[in-house]
Design a protein around this ligand. Structure first.
Ligand SMILES: Cc1ncc(COP(=O)(O)O)c(C=O)c1O
Length: 461
């Protein structure tokens, strides 16, 4: 009998959680069951996901930013089908393949002049690893500065630059030479850079954990100090890149020209694992400095042809569908729709972000009844209140969102860049409803406790 994917999908239909629990990660399954996120999705299209019961979900998580073009985009599918049909000469390795060259050229056409070379990777973390290695090689310095709350991936170099403890606990020791400074505090970073022994400052233009933003002055002063101290500025655009914030690159908002840029997620078109580290000729030449060192930094799948096709098709769609401008305009529509909620609900303290990367910060209310409720939840677990928003957005309104990080009361949305006013209205009305209930009585807590209880019972099965 031949291989039939549809037979496998039919045979195992609905067994996703038991298989995952048995063979991959039972703790994740427990978490999903506990918070009521244990659905069996069957397909996805555009900004929507569908489950086996025919329910439609608005996907404002978009695979942590992977689905900038929405799911199952026809242009990417067609391009990948064509590539498969063409029997391309993939991964010969001792070869300089055509499509990686075209993909690199196309990416660089969208970058500032100082960026002239691309190193392809399979993920965001790998792009960051390349950036760290290239920065050390180019400067002959070892130190790397990163910020509190930073997230750059979970491999050792990237994890050494993680600005929290949650992901680090149990995995030390980390790479030597890494120093944490306070995000958006120019004095703390300047004090390190003036020692003139720092290879690079590694920062997200908007931090994914918490949707924290820095001022224009911070980034422009930092860029100047980097230049005068011979330090490279690495901007990690793995989450923010390719239009998410209403400009192709989030660093454009700050008017800076980083020495190294890392990208991934959206570049995939939602299909192929891919990333890239982009830098100047000088930086690249410092690594590939002689014939002996021609493959001194590399990985087997870096130039995978299907990934290259996905990149080219993705960049085409971003331009053709005007997605950067759409992200900017839809971001403004969100701003308009959400601003009244901050005035209306004392628990919602701030809505921040740029384009379609938006964070909602919740905080201790003033009124006595709400304060007691909020404190009760915070006592149980810091950041639990934000789960009380994400939960009902999903269970009552079928909208997928996320808590922006551990132990913080920030909810984040990363909608696909293809959404319009319909989705803005749907989300704003849903958030209004959930906040209304949160302010009214204890229904959210009761509902949430019952979801937890049901989840806990299911987990025991
Ligand atoms: C800014 C940033 N850098 C790096 C990474 C790591 O990417 P990956 O999960 O593909 O390794 C992420 C992932 O969320 C990210 O947001």
């Amino acid at each position: 009998m031949g291989f039939e994917l549809k037979d496998i999908l039919t045979q195992y239909s609905g067994q996703n959680f038991s298989l995952y629990s048995e063979h991959i990660n039972p703790q994740l399954v427990r978490v999903l069951r506990t918070i009521g996120f244990d659905k069996f999705y069957t397909h996805g299209e555009g900004a929507y996901l569908y489950d086996a019961d025919g329910n439609e979900y608005l996907d404002f998580l978009s695979g942590f930013g992977v689905f900038a073009l929405g799911r199952s985009h026809p242009t990417i599918k067609k391009a990948l089908h064509e590539a498969l049909e063409a029997d391309l000469p993939n991964l010969i390795q001792l070869d300089a393949a055509l499509l990686p060259g075209v993909a690199a050229k196309t990416i660089l056409e969208h970058c500032h002049d100082g960026l002239e070379r691309v190193f392809f990777t399979n993920s965001g973390a790998e792009s960051v690893e390349a950036a760290i290695k290239f920065a050390r090689a180019a400067t002959s310095r070892q130190r790397v500065i990163y910020a509190d709350h930073a997230f750059h991936g979970l491999t050792y170099g990237a994890l050494s630059a993680n600005g929290g403890q949650d992901f680090k606990t149990g995995f030390g020791p980390f790479l030597p030479g890494f120093t944490q400074v306070q995000f958006n505090d120019i004095n703390s970073v300047a004090a390190e850079l003036k020692k003139q022994d720092v290879a690079a400052v590694l920062l997200e233009p908007i931090q994914g954990k918490g949707v924290n933003m820095a001022s224009l002055e911070y980034f422009s002063e930092l860029s100047d100090i980097c230049k005068t101290t011979g330090t490279l500025l690495i901007i990690d655009e793995v989450q923010t890149g390719l239009g998410r914030t209403g400009k192709l690159w989030a660093h454009e908002h700050y008017g800076i020209r980083p020495d190294i840029v890392t990208i991934s997620k959206a570049l995939s078109g939602g299909f192929m694992p891919v990333g890239a580290m982009i830098c100047s000729k000088e930086i690249s030449n410092s690594v590939y400095s002689s014939m002996d060192r021609a493959v001194v930094h590399s990985s087997t799948f870096k130039n995978n042809q299907l990934a290259m096709v996905a990149i080219l098709a993705t960049l085409h769609v971003i331009q053709e569908e005007n997605l950067v401008e759409n992200a900017r305009l839809t971001g403004l529509a969100f701003e308009k729709a959400l601003a009244p909620l901050v005035d209306k609900y004392e628990l919602l303290q701030e809505v921040r972000g740029l384009g379609l990367m938006i964070g909602f910060e919740f905080g201790k209310p003033k009124s006595f009844a709400l304060k007691t409720k909020f404190q009760l939840l915070e006592k149980a677990r810091t950041g639990l209140f934000s789960q009380l928003i994400v939960g009902p957005l999903f269970t009552r309104h079928k909208i997928l969102t996320q808590v922006a990080g551990d132990a913080m009361n920030v909810v984040k949305i990363l909608p696909p860049l293809v959404i319009g006013q319909k989705e803005v209205d749907k989300f704003s009305e849903a958030l209004d409803d959930v906040l209304h209930i949160a302010h009214k009585g204890n229904k959210l807590i009761v509902d949430f406790s019952s979801t937890l209880l049901k989840g806990a019972l299911k987990s025991k099965k």
